[in-house]
Design a protein around this ligand. Structure first.
Ligand code: SF4
Length: 419
């Protein structure tokens, strides 16, 4: 979502005649697009603003957009007095106001709805992957999560608006469409004729666009996986066989304290339905270790489920207390050193699984999507259907290529183009 927001902001500023620079000292406007999901990210915002303040031209305007802006509100101006703007995740389309009046202060952290999607110009230079938001906000109230506060309640975008954006992205070069939303599979839009559309309808319609070769979506809530969506994995070959479906913890006790709306058995049942629909499917997850009250036994259950499902490409974090959340004031907060030990242990297990999966890909042939040159500029990086980076030596990279995997390690694959 932040990548998408960043692209839209860049497109909007270009529309107003600005161009981008990597050098803060050259910039006329500097913004930080911020994430509040973890405390560490929030803490870094103010030190980064201090650095920007010292490096920028005296008359350059600067500020923050996104979830830390929503969380901080007017406090941000109290912390940094000459800050010019503080715009929440649903207000960044108002940036041009401050460009017109650089001597003013602009604060807008309202959860207005979907206006930003109407106000912003379309992205004109699409890379091969287009992120298309289908909904904003979340109606789940996981006790650790700040998103319902920063992004608000769930709102699904109009079906036709999403399709129009998807077709535009395809027309300017997108080959892979990634539908995004905090609760992407909760997408539900009823039009003026009373017809209701779900994520499966968006996928079916998108698959009809010839130039779109790959479709995926993220991030999904397990119990919102409806049968129509699962069934689509049987028939729609453009849907990648890779799904992010966060479990967060392998302990029913902790899942309940997190207010996740499923238990372990229910979660595994959903995974099994996917495996029946698409036997080659692989799952990734997010994990939180050290949630308040997590015992060693709870944690070991998380390790067990990671081994059982064999998640690939997962994200694991230490629990981080966030303001406006129930878990932040729960008893039995776990000491930092124990959280760190558990994270190291879980990461080691997840890394082993990833390595094993990457090695199992050797000699397989995948249709891969071109991403760009590697850091040295001498090799090219493609993405497999499981989103693994695959390094290839070629002087003539094409947007899509059939690649035979020649070797793999924990972090990447190597391959050569066939055909
Ligand atoms: S479902 Fe995801 S976004 Fe929604 S409250 Fe839970 S963790 Fe946050």
């Amino acid at each position: 979502m932040n990548v998408y927001d960043g692209l839209r902001i860049a497109a909007m500023l270009e529309h107003h005649g600005l161009e981008s620079t990597d050098n803060v000292a050259d910039a006329d406007i500097i913004l930080l697009n911020t994430c509040a999901v973890r405390a560490k990210a929030t803490d870094k915002v103010y030190s980064a603003l201090g650095r920007i303040r010292r490096a920028k031209k005296p008359d350059a305007i600067y500020g923050i957009v996104g979830c830390v802006a929503r969380e901080s509100g007017a406090d941000a101006f109290r912390k940094i007095r000459d800050l010019n703007f503080v715009l929440g995740p649903q207000s960044y389309h108002k940036l041009p106001e401050i460009i017109k009046n650089p001597d003013s202060k602009l604060l807008d952290i309202d959860l207005g709805g979907l206006e930003k999607f109407d106000e912003l110009p379309p992205i004109t230079k699409s890379p091969f992957v287009a992120y298309i938001p289908v909904q904003e906000g979340c109606n789940h109230c996981c006790t650790y999560c700040i998103v319902p506060f920063t992004r608000g309640r769930e709102i699904s975008r109009p079906y036709n608006d999403i399709l129009a954006e998807t077709m535009h992205a395809a027309a300017v070069g997108a080959i892979e469409i990634c539908f995004i939303g905090q609760n992407v599979n909760g997408y539900k839009y009823t039009d003026e004729n009373g017809k209701t559309y779900r994520l499966s309808d968006l996928i079916k319609q998108t698959a009809k666009i010839d130039s779109v070769k790959r479709i995926r979506f993220t991030s999904s809530y397990p119990t919102e996986m409806t049968d129509d969506l699962i069934e689509l994995f049987k028939t729609e070959s453009k849907l990648l066989p890779f799904l992010n479906m966060p479990i967060q913890s392998g302990s029913n006790n902790i899942l309940q304290k997190m207010n996740r709306q499923y238990n372990l058995d229910e979660y595994i049942t959903i995974i099994n339905k996917f495996k029946i629909a698409r036997p080659d499917i692989q799952i990734s997850s997010d994990f939180i270790v050290g949630f308040p009250g997590e015992t060693n036994t709870d944690f070991e259950q998380t390790v067990d489920i990671a081994k059982q499902i064999k998640y690939i490409n997962s994200y694991s974090f230490k629990y981080s207390p966030r303001p406006h959340t129930a878990a932040a004031i729960m008893q039995n907060q776990i000491p930092e050193n124990i959280k760190s030990e558990r994270l190291i242990k879980l990461d080691a297990v997840l890394n082993d699984i990833q390595r094993e999966f990457n090695l199992s890909c050797q000699d397989k042939v995948f249709d891969c999507l071109y991403e760009g040159a590697d850091k040295t500029g001498t090799k090219q990086i493609y993405r497999t259907p499981y989103m693994q980076p695959c390094i290839v030596e070629t002087d003539n990279p094409t947007p899509m290529a059939r690649i035979k995997i020649t070797s793999g390690n924990k972090s990447c694959l190597h391959g050569k183009i066939v055909d």
